[in-house]
Write a protein that binds this ligand. Structure first.
Ligand SMILES: NC(=O)C1=CN([C@@H]2O[C@H](COP(=O)(O)OP(=O)(O)OC[C@H]3O[C@@H](n4cnc5c(N)ncnc54)[C@H](OP(=O)(O)O)[C@@H]3O)[C@@H](O)[C@H]2O)[C@@H](O)CC1
Ligand SMILES: [K+]
Length: 501
């Protein structure tokens, strides 16, 4: 399952399921799943492991105590840190505490709370706060999290790393806030966007989902998903033998102001190697005779290109001059599918009348802003965009009637009807010049081959990130991966996906 629900929906699902299940059932399931995940993380047999379980005042703490019981039963030495008096725990958590104590879990005496880093733990379980976190962590909670974050052992967060906003992937309290830096997170019932976007991946580490066997009847139709090839596999079609280059469409990349001639070349090479039948590069000024490394590309003055017969990828290194504005206006007038990137987006942000034209356009538009470009388009600051990436992407999609890819860690793909996909592939190797140009070229190639814009965006973003992940696994990056190196890897992945289907 790849559905993502906002916390408010998870609460409703939980409440509906709890009405039909005996009390304490879901917590037992969560705790048992957490104990199993913890056992898998141990580098030693259970009886040699010393596990510190941090239990908060709510049901996240209950999950942790239930996990503690399971781990003690499996033979681990388990010490639980519980600041809350047992009489103040919610009923399910109180039951979990009683069970943990029956299984031999020891409660840490309060005078040792400040010294948790004096012992060597095999594993720490973070059950301080889950989706009930309502304000920044301060005081003793803050000190506790600081101590955990300095520990060298793996940290398994339950549901969400304590301190992280599960919807937005921001630390509650912003720059002054703090959250647990987990190596692993086991999240319950359904995935949450904040584990995969913004700062979320840096805090959550590797994420595992435990659905707690909640029956489908309790799950509303989602409008958010985690990206995976199943979402676009209908279009991973093998080519017919009876094909010719006209079968796979044309892409025209429009951009390349003086000093930026390489940007459209990167996009165009990506388009060619992701299967577009023919690829043109339309320069705002001074087109090179051809691309020596990829002579298949046809480099021309943009003024000489037919804008009506190709998918147009507009904006890469295009600059902000009047000539660039004229090209963007011409592209918006054309009856072609559009990918708008980089300076096309910056120009749009300055031109309200073009924004109206874009929103009213009949033909599909795919926009690929990074957070600063998104901020310019919405008249916000970059930090306001990053504070809620899902909402920002939705606002752009609805305002411009477009499919929007909001780039950055955990790219968000949003559609005008509010549907959102969060992308889990990719890594900091992609934070390099030209990486966005390659992405826009992949989008253009898939559109030219007849993919609908939604699936084209999902596939392009997934492939782009996955290619970087595979290159990094081979030691090619994250330091020093160059954007052009992504292109053959994306081609390989695309062909593999088609063959596997
Ligand atoms: N119900 C179920 O059956 C299931 C629940 N599940 C689990 O329960 C979790 C949700 O449980 P939850 O609603 O009890 O919220 P939780 O995250 O434990 O925290 C709430 C407590 O923290 C407190 N608090 C908040 N912020 C604070 C701060 N900054 N500093 C200090 N205190 C702060 C808050 O106090 P208050 O805000 O009221 O003052 C309250 O006492 C969920 O993530 C999942 O793990 C799953 O197992 C599925 C089945
Ligand atoms: K937690």
């Amino acid at each position: 399952m790849s559905a993502i629900y906002p916390v408010a929906e998870i609460r409703k699902i939980e409440q509906a399921a709890l009405r039909d299940l005996p009390p304490y059932t879901l917590m037992q399931r969560a705790g048992q799943a957490a104990a199993q995940a913890a056992l898998r993380l141990l580098p030693c047999p259970p009886h040699s492991a010393a596990i510190l379980v941090l239990a908060g005042p709510g049901n996240n703490g209950g999950d942790a105590l239930e996990a503690a019981a399971g781990l003690a039963k499996a033979g681990c030495e388990v010490l639980a840190l519980l600041k809350t008096p047992p009489s103040q725990l919610p009923p399910d958590a109180a039951q979990a505490l009683a069970r943990a104590q029956r299984q031999g879990v020891h409660l840490m005496p309060p005078e040792q709370f400040a010294d948790i880093d004096s012992a060597q733990w095999t594993l720490v379980i973070d059950g301080l706060f889950g989706i009930g976190l309502s304000r920044p962590l301060d005081g003793d909670w803050r000190s506790l999290v600081q101590a955990v974050n300095a520990m060298p052992c793996p940290v398994l967060a339950l549901d969400v790393p304590s301190g992280l906003d599960a919807d937005t992937g921001t630390v509650v309290g912003g720059a002054g806030g703090i959250a647990v830096t987990a190596s692993n997170t086991i999240t319950f019932i359904a995935d949450k966007a904040g584990l995969y976007t913004g700062d979320g991946p840096d805090y959550a580490g590797s994420v595992e989902l435990a659905t707690l066997a909640i029956a489908d009847q309790y799950l509303p139709a989602p409008n958010m998903w985690l990206n995976h090839p199943g979402l676009f596999s209908d279009y991973l079609r093998p080519r017919k033998r009876n094909s010719h280059k006209g079968s796979f469409g044309d892409v025209a990349v429009i951009g390349g102001a003086a000093g930026m001639a390489g940007a459209p070349i990167l996009a165009a090479r990506a388009a060619a190697r992701c299967g577009a039948g023919r690829v043109f590069v339309g320069y705002a000024e001074n087109p090179p005779a051809y691309d020596q490394a990829q002579p298949e590309l046809m480099c021309r003055h943009a003024a000489d290109l037919d804008f009506s017969s190709a998918v147009l990828v507009v904006g890469t290194g295009m600059g902000m001059a009047n000539s660039a504005l004229a090209l963007l206006t011409r592209a918006l007038d054309a009856l072609s599918w559009l990918v708008l990137d980089a300076d096309a987006l910056n120009l749009l942000a300055r031109q309200p009348q073009l924004q109206v034209q874009l929103a009213q356009r009949q033909h599909a538009v795919l926009m690929t802003p990074h957070p600063l470009e998104a901020a310019r388009l919405l008249g916000l600051s970059t930090s306001e965009i990053q504070a809620d990436r899902v909402t920002a992407a939705r606002r752009l999609a609805s305002r411009f009637n477009a499919v929007v890819v909001l780039k950055g860690a955990g790219s968000i793909i949003a559609r005008a009807d509010g549907a959102v996909v969060v992308n889990p592939t990719g890594n900091p190797a992609l934070a390099t010049a030209g990486s966005g140009d390659v992405l826009s070229g992949i989008c253009g190639a898939l559109l030219a081959q007849g993919w609908p814009q939604w699936e084209a965006a999902l596939a392009a973003v997934w492939l782009h990130g996955r290619a970087a992940d595979q290159l990094v696994a081979q030691g090619i990056g994250p330091i020093g991966l160059t954007a052009g190196e992504l292109i053959p890897e994306v081609r390989l992945l695309l062909n593999q996906l088609v063959q596997e289907r």
